[in-house]
Design a protein around this ligand. Structure first.
Ligand SMILES: Nc1ncnc2c1ncn2[C@@H]1O[C@H](COP(=O)(O)OP(=O)(O)OP(=O)(O)O)[C@@H](O)[C@H]1O
Length: 238
């Protein structure tokens, strides 16, 4: 579902991502782990066609991010921590607005709406203004608008930032549920405990390079039960 080969992004003064090669299959959560500045956000921006690679290539659902950006976007959902939502609209209005971008109108929109409302248990957000919602409700609206078109690939970038314990729980459960529908999920975070829970495989990013990749269980064994220990050990060796 996602295939990156020697993916590289250089800025004038910095190399954000260098020679990344990894794959994520259907029904798999791949956790991209690294501290701030490791290159996680840049990797997700490259995959979502928001920035162009300096070298290498990436395919999303079989489409090339450089040559077929529209098809890539059609097959992709992106959730950032701290995404803003129009405060004056209700949940339903936000979703209707975004559905328009995906060409979901009339019956198709209502079907998509039913589907996300069921999946995210967000009935109560539909007639409420975003400005009057709890952070957990807002987060559901943010996720719902990212998946209305049922993307095969879902990218989450520090998506639990600023969430309380209930909202975080709901998000982690949603990630697993979305994976169980057979979709590919890339979960980027610096919070190792979250990856321990949701990841099938993990990749450790350090200064733009993938320094380790393995199944969650392999990584846990490497760190004697702790991903954080495994991370520190592998980064130390790199
Ligand atoms: N537009 C840009 N121009 C110049 N340098 C950039 C740009 N975007 C990112 N970088 C640099 O690339 C490196 C990786 O940044 P990136 O945001 O991808 O890291 P990250 O792992 O997502 O960290 P964070 O969690 O802080 O966003 C950093 O050194 C950053 O300063």
């Amino acid at each position: 579902m996602v295939q990156a080969e020697s993916l590289t992004k250089r800025y004038r003064k910095a190399v954000a991502v260098e020679g990344l090669t990894f794959r994520v299959g259907p029904g798999e959560v791949y956790a991209l782990l690294g501290p701030n500045g490791a290159g996680k956000t840049t990797t997700l921006r490259l995959l979502s066609t928001l920035v162009r690679p300096s070298a290498g290539r990436a395919l999303v659902a079989g489409f090339d991010v450089m040559r077929e950006p529209i098809e890539v976007r059609r097959n992709l959902g992106l959730v950032n921590g701290g995404m803003r939502v129009y405060e004056r609209l209700t949940g339903r209005e936000v979703l209707e607005f975004f559905a328009g971008f995906y060409g979901l109108k009339g019956r198709a929109f209502l079907q998509a709406l039913d589907w996300v409302v069921d999946l995210l248990e967000m009935e109560e957000t539909l007639d409420k203004k975003v400005g009057e919602m709890s952070t957990g409700m807002r987060q559901k609206v943010v996720i719902a608008r990212a998946i209305l078109h049922r993307p095969k690939v879902l990218l989450l970038d520090e998506a639990t930032a600023g969430l309380d314990v209930f909202a975080r729980r709901a998000l982690l459960d949603f990630v697993k549920a979305y994976r169980d529908l057979g979709h590919a999920v890339i979960y980027s975070t610096h919070v190792m405990g979250e990856a321990e829970e949701v990841a099938d495989r993990v990749g450790f990013l350090h200064r733009g390079r993938l320094v380790y990749e393995g199944s969650r269980d392999e990584a846990l064994a490497l760190g004697e039960g702790s991903l954080e220990r495994a991370f520190v050990r592998e980064v130390g060796r790199a």
